[in-house]
Design a protein around this ligand. Structure first.
Ligand SMILES: NC(=O)c1ccc[n+]([C@@H]2O[C@H](COP(=O)([O-])OP(=O)(O)OC[C@H]3O[C@@H](n4cnc5c(N)ncnc54)[C@H](O)[C@@H]3O)[C@@H](O)[C@H]2O)c1
Length: 447
């Protein structure tokens, strides 16, 4: 089975590598020349746990190759994945220019039957637009009646992988959603995905529009769950309740479930913010006011910097001359992705207020350096960041921050003060250790 994956980001590279691991011959194509050179040299261009082992193995065994040449990449493949960016346009709707641009290129190039699989997150109706772009390009090469005009099917196959667990999620998906009205395409995809659903995880077939909406519905529902819990946490602080207890109290209800109930400093990343926004925008386009989504976005925007007034209050409104150690920059642990990370919003507000920042993140430092340069300082490790800092601020719940050497923290900080945006530590322990400890939705520990 020969497969092409167009776009080698978090989704495309994981998709290509995992499909190669199942025995397919995969060619990945990207317009980023440097990235392709890196991959050809055996370097994984992103941080994603466990990807490197599969990447190396499949390159070595000749099943995974990289190119910048789309024509060369598709010539032997029946299956073509589009794993291209769909960033928010100025009005919040998904920018389809990458997808439709490649669809046109495919229309200029294909010579035999292809299944074009849209793996990007795209608004309802995109499969149709992709088909139209291909047909328009084919019209330039062939008449509608021509026997030589190649056939194609466009399938919507949204991806549900989570960064940080992407390999596991792809290899053992909860479900695979296939939106297609073509039996020929369905058969091809069914066969391709068979190795990944041997344990009985469902492949759910539906029409293209339903598949496209399923992805937005999933991400928007999860974002809603997060924003709901963040509001409960804010309320806990005001009424003196403990969000940990409330979380356990509701999470044990199987109708609610215990996942995605941890409060914090808002959701970020490349998916939830843009997908909620895009679903809201597509709803307005059909004159539907999706009220919950507006609230979810509002809540999240506020929550991203909810920690800033707390920090300012602690220093009586003046954080100029203060130096803060930051642990965690990535939008979540186990990734180097900083897109829409809350850390960036908080850091910006603190710098604006005159504070100095020295940060450490296990994987995201390079990306932040490229973005912020010398606006902040960067530490060699988590303890280095503490040197001479007034307080420790925690923005990402990396595993290595969960059980640190508190004696070392106490001895290095100027004052024993922690603002924890991810509720990593136990309140009693913080009290016993003599920290001033402020977290989300829980009692503030004062000394
Ligand atoms: N990142 C996630 O966790 C995740 C999960 C599920 C779905 N998605 C969706 O999948 C899509 C891709 O997301 P991503 O995070 O992998 O994006 P990304 O930005 O990490 O990667 C996109 C890649 O496409 C390449 N590209 C751009 N134009 C190209 C072209 N014309 N030809 C070839 N390559 C081109 C870029 O150079 C880049 O390498 C988005 O729609 C996203 O919403 C992402």
């Amino acid at each position: 089975m020969n497969i092409t994956v167009v776009g080698t980001g978090y989704v495309g590279l994981v998709t290509g590598t995992c499909l190669a691991e199942s025995g397919a011959n995969v060619t990945c194509v990207d317009i980023d020349v440097q990235k392709v050179e890196k991959m050809k040299a055996g370097i994984v261009p992103i941080y994603e746990p466990h990807l490197d082992v599969l990447f190396e193995r499949n390159i070595k065994q000749g099943r995974l190759a990289f190119t910048t040449n789309l024509e060369e990449a598709i010539v032997d493949s029946t299956i073509i994945f589009l794993a291209l960016p769909t960033p928010p346009g100025e009005d919040g709707s998904a920018d389809l220019s990458y997808i439709l641009g490649v669809a046109k290129d495919l229309g200029d190039l294909i010579t035999d039957y292809k299944v074009i699989i849209d793996k990007s997150t795209v608004p309802v109706g995109t499969a149709e637009k992709v088909a139209t772009a291909l047909n328009n390009a084919l019209d330039q090469r062939f008449s509608k009646e021509s026997n030589e005009r190649p056939a194609f099917d466009v399938v919507s196959n949204p991806e549900f992988l989570r960064e940080g667990f992407a390999v596991d999620d792809f290899m053992k998906p909860d479900r695979i959603v296939i939106g297609s009205s073509s039996d020929r395409a369905n058969e091809i995809l069914d066969k391709m995905y068979a190795p990944f659903v041997r344990q009985g995880n469902p492949v759910i077939f539906m029409d293209e529009k339903s598949a496209e909406l399923t992805k937005y519905a999933a991400n928007s529902f999860l974002a809603t769950k997060i924003s709901f819990m963040n509001e409960i946490a804010n309320l806990c602080e005001l009424v003196g309740a403990n969000v940990d207890d409330v979380r356990k109290g509701i999470g044990t209800d199987t109708r609610i479930g215990n996942r995605f109930l941890f409060p914090g400093i808002g959701y970020g990343g490349s998916c939830f913010p843009k997908d909620v926004q895009a679903l809201a925008k597509s709803s307005t386009e059909v004159n539907y006011d999706f009220k919950i989504l507006s609230a979810v976005m509002d809540v999240n925007q506020t929550q991203k910097t909810v920690i800033v007034p707390k920090i300012k209050d602690f220093y009586s409104g003046d954080v100029s001359e203060k130096k803060f150690a930051v642990w965690g920059l990535a939008f979540k642990p186990d990734t180097d992705d900083i897109r829409e990370a809350s850390s960036l919003y908080i850091i910006e507000e603190l710098i604006e207020a005159g504070a100095e920042i020295i940060a450490y993140d296990p994987e995201a430092m390079e990306n932040v350096k490229n973005l912020l340069g010398d606006k902040i300082d960067y530490a060699e490790n988590e303890y280095d960041a503490l040197n001479d800092a007034d307080a420790l601020l925690i923005f990402t719940e990396w595993q290595i921050f969960r059980n640190p050497n508190f004696e070392k923290i106490s001895s290095m900080l100027k004052e024993k003060v922690i603002f924890d945006g991810r509720n990593l530590y136990d309140l009693d322990q913080m009290n016993e250790l003599g920290f001033h400890y402020n977290s989300i939705g829980r009692k503030e520990i004062t000394q």
